[in-house]
Ligand binder design. Structure first.
Ligand code: ADP
Length: 384
């Protein structure tokens, strides 16, 4: 039975509305009778089994909130029962009953997934304590799973809202401006044309922000296949393609793009889109925060089983005090040189998330007035 279905079914009904169901598996029928009497008096719905296999079968059908299982039984012992129960129902709270309570058996049972421990012989109050505590734990776990689902659903709705309700009208407004500028240019004064172009540029900034924000949300929710162990890509090709695609940007900024790509790096972990996003963000920043006539150099090398990509520039550099928060969302270094450079402050945060998902790292060295070098480490396919 799929775990999701179990959780869904449990979350579907409010915890208070569900019968408080306890299963007890023990080969000792006196023990079973004692448990049943004590717990039924407290309003629990109790089912007892002398045999582990019968209990497991019934757990699949009924999903009790709580299972009490004896560790020492002739056929399947308690640890084996716990192991199998965990496979059919990872959410049931398990407490073990044992007549030979030692630290090592307790540790073993906890490792196998038990939550609590009830040494024999026990009084009805001791039994109640364990069962009530277990039930409370189940209630809290169910409640937090429900809240987690609600949060994910709210995030999903928000992403949909942003993409449709916000992006669509911005794209439409931009298209109207396009039409106005290119079909009615002769009727517009140069001043009006200038204003319309500025309005277009602001809409472009907004679209970039929405795009970056959606990208970040996608990475966070794990929608992309980033980091799938079998997904590897040719880093050299990814970098060459991004360099080609960045030439127009570089030329308009009068910046030269250079590469020094080691032949021995080979394929690296990650899909082409994610790797290209990282390289492209870094190259784009290298161009944006450069000076006229400057350079952006992309180098690769192999170091301890990791591919190292360095994107260096001859630009404005970053003050030391800004470095620690550079990879945080919406961080933009504000000074006279950056004031008019458009950006969202999300590019480096996206790079960091992608690289971390791939099992790598990203860092930066910088000197104000001399330039910056962003250093990315990504596991090679050989390490995967
Ligand atoms: P943005 O969209 O603002 O460029 P990023 O997350 O890519 O967002 O970068 C965050 C901030 O880090 C930038 O606003 C800029 O101040 C600084 N920065 C990033 N790359 C460079 C660079 N190569 N040279 C100088 N400053 C940089």
């Amino acid at each position: 039975m799929a775990t999701d279905t179990l959780i869904d079914r449990r979350i579907a009904a409010p915890a208070a509305a569900q019968p408080r169901r306890v299963f007890v598996i023990d080969d000792d029928d006196v023990m079973l009778l004692t448990c049943r009497r004590t717990l039924e008096k407290d309003g629990y719905d109790v089912e007892t089994f002398q045999n582990g296999l019968d209990g497991i079968r019934r757990i699949e059908q009924l999903q009790p909130q709580l299972l009490l299982v004896d560790l020492k039984m002739p056929e399947l012992d308690g640890l084996q029962v716990i192991e199998r129960v965990r496979k059919v129902d990872p959410d049931v709270v398990i407490a073990v009953i044992t007549g030979y309570a030692t630290i090592s058996t307790a540790v073993e049972a906890m490792k196998a997934g038990a939550y609590d421990f009830l040494p024999k012989p026990f009084t009805p109050d001791e039994l109640r304590l364990i069962v009530n505590r277990g039930h409370e734990r189940w209630r809290l776990a169910t409640e937090s799973a429900r809240l987690r689902r609600e949060k994910e659903e709210a995030e999903r709705r928000f992403v949909t809202f942003v993409s449709h309700q916000l992006k669509t009208p911005v794209v439409a407004a931009k298209q109207y401006l396009d039409v106005l500028l290119y079909t009615s240019a002769s009727e517009l004064t140069p001043r009006t044309q200038e204003w319309l172009k500025r309005a277009q540029a602001r809409l472009d900034e907004m679209l970039t922000l929405i795009g970056d924000w959606l990208e970040l949300a996608r990475i966070e929710r794990g929608i992309d296949s980033i980091g799938e162990p079998l997904m590897t890509s040719d880093l050299r090709k990814v970098i060459s393609d991004v360099i080609d695609a960045s030439q127009a940007h570089a030329q308009s900024a009068v910046v030269t793009l250079e590469t020094d790509l080691a032949a021995d790096v080979g394929p690296v972990r990650g899909d082409v889109v994610s790797l290209a996003t990282v390289v492209s963000n870094l190259i784009s920043n290298g161009i944006k925060y450069n000076r006229v006539g400057g350079r952006v150099t992309v180098r690769t090398r192999l170091e301890g089983g990791m591919a190292v990509v360095e994107v260096g520039d001859t630009g404005i550099g970053i003050a030391e005090e800004s470095l620690p928060r550079l990879f945080q969302e919406f961080c933009r270094v504000k000074n006279d040189q950056t004031r008019d450079i458009p950006g969202t402050g999300l590019g480096l945060a996206i790079c960091k998330r992608i690289v971390a998902t791939l099992g790598g790292s990203i860092g930066v060295r910088s000197h104000v007035g001399e330039g910056s070098t962003f250093v990315v480490q990504i596991p090679t396919a050989a390490r995967t």
